[in-house]
Design a protein around this ligand. Structure first.
Ligand SMILES: [Zn+2]
Length: 274
């Protein structure tokens, strides 16, 4: 975005104030739009990564019991994917589970002593898998969100962020997208508008982070490109394995940019009456 600044300064010297305001507004619009930039990645090149979302419940422990609903998750994931479109990466909802947290007694006390152990102990064992990313939503933890290497991301309902120009309009998608950045090996980078700045609402990734995140996500054998997924879906369709094909088409519709791959997936779902 720094590249815009010289143009802006030049415009400010040469044009009347009203026009400057207009140019500024346009730049800000472009900037907001650029949050959803795809940096030239076309839909077919998007990398699709499975995300299992766990809504943790705990009737005896309000500090754990999430108030998020499945509608919230769909909204959050849509915004997460618009951020990650900058890197040509899409997280599709592999499954959405509302499930009782484990080992809930004395959670707050145990979390104060050793948050990592207390949080990891909350995960229901039966829904853990090694072939997807995991996000656990719960009501209250110390930080907004936390990523434990290969063991899951925890995000609190009550996350708060400092707003920055061009940033996301609500904390939860930003915190979720930020923690997914850590899961894709990215470290903190404290420029105010970056996705990897801590405690702020920005969502930008630079070219180095994009390359690093794509490399990291491609290391997972369970991540595939949109074009490969479409080919697999079409093959299943030809073999009359409609239910399996439909699931792949559904995943493809998570890609937040238009393209033949997404259009075909949508058409196949319509044809199947979904
Ligand atoms: Zn962080």
């Amino acid at each position: 975005m720094a590249m815009n600044l010289p143009c802006l300064h030049r415009a400010a010297r040469l044009v009347p104030n009203a026009l400057v305001v207009g140019v500024l507004a346009l730049l800000m619009l472009n900037r907001a739009g650029a949050q959803e930039s795809t940096n030239g990645f076309v839909a077919a090149d998007f990398l699709l990564a499975p995300l299992r979302v766990h809504l943790l419940t705990a009737t005896n422990e309000p500090a754990i019991h999430t108030r998020l609903t499945s509608n919230d998750v769909v909204r959050i994931l849509g915004k997460v994917n618009r951020v990650w479109a900058q890197a040509g990466i899409t997280f599709y909802l592999e499954s959405l589970l509302t499930e009782p947290a484990q080992n809930t007694s004395d959670y707050l006390k145990r979390a104060k002593e050793d948050e990592r152990t207390a949080l990891l102990a909350l995960r229901p064992k039966d829904s853990l898998a090694t072939n997807c990313f995991h996000v656990f939503y719960l009501r209250q933890i110390q930080p907004n969100g936390i990523y434990f290497n290969a063991q899951g991301i925890f995000v609190k309902d009550t996350a708060r962020l400092r707003p920055v120009e061009g940033g996301l309009d609500e904390p939860l998608p930003r915190v979720t997208a930020h923690e997914l950045g850590h899961a894709l090996t990215l470290a903190h980078r404290q420029n105010a508008t970056n996705l990897l700045a801590s405690g702020m609402s920005g969502g930008w990734l630079d070219a180095v982070e994009i390359a690093q995140a794509r490399k990291a996500v491609q290391h997972r054998p369970w991540v595939e490109s949109a074009s490969a997924m479409l080919q697999r879906a079409e093959a299943l369709q030809r073999e009359n394995k409609s239910a399996e094909a439909r699931e792949l088409y559904r995943r493809l519709t998570h890609v937040p940019v238009e393209g033949d791959v997404v259009r075909l997936a949508r058409r196949r779902l319509e044809q199947a009456g979904n």
